[in-house]
Design a protein. Structure first.
Length: 183
């Protein structure tokens, strides 16, 4: 048993670090969601922000868009030219994906300064890609509502998770101490 623990020390450390960081960030995020219940930003600040930024971007590219609170559920309705096309829910704000990204990066940490900067930059990239994803998805649903399933469930998850995967691979191959230690 000791031999296996020694042999797989880096893998075990990665898994434990990943799970700890993921658990702490997820619990923190869930506390934030509970505390934001009933705040002035409906349904919560991050989801509201993503919805408002989606609205701004849609209007800046020529759509007549508006975002309003959904009356029956905690979400924001995206309306283009008077047509309800999408909802921005808590899961659309990219926080859960950023938590997953950060957990992996911290588990494969490099130098502290590099790790912190990469976490910050990667989070911004994920947030921006997610925002662009929602804008394109909303426009796509406006023009091609019959493609809702493939757009929402296949193409756009590939975009956001593909972005995270590329950021992970870049990190592991470029900055991680764990990979360099095994080389």
């Amino acid at each position: 048993m000791r031999e296996l623990l020694t042999k797989y020390k880096l893998v075990i450390r990665f898994i434990i670090t990943f799970l700890l960081v993921y658990g702490v960030l997820t619990i923190g995020y869930n506390i934030y969601l509970k505390l934001s219940d009933g705040s002035k930003h409906y349904p919560d600040y991050m989801t509201n922000l993503v919805a408002r930024q989606t609205n701004s971007l849609l209007n800046s590219v020529g759509y007549k868009a508006e975002v309003i609170p959904h009356p029956k559920e905690p979400s924001m309705k995206v309306i283009i030219n008077g047509k309800f096309v999408a909802r921005v829910i808590e899961g659309c704000n990219a926080v859960s994906i950023i938590i997953l990204f950060l957990s992996f990066i911290v588990a494969f940490a490099g130098k502290i300064k590099t790790t912190v900067l990469y976490c910050f930059a990667g989070s911004i990239i994920i947030y921006a890609f997610n925002l662009i994803r929602i804008v394109i998805l909303s426009a796509g649903l406006y023009h091609y509502p019959w493609r809702r399933e493939v757009l929402h469930n296949v193409i756009f998850p590939m975009v956001i998770y593909g972005t995270v995967f590329i950021l992970w691979m870049f990190w592991v191959n470029r900055f991680s101490k764990n990979v360099k230690a095994n080389a």
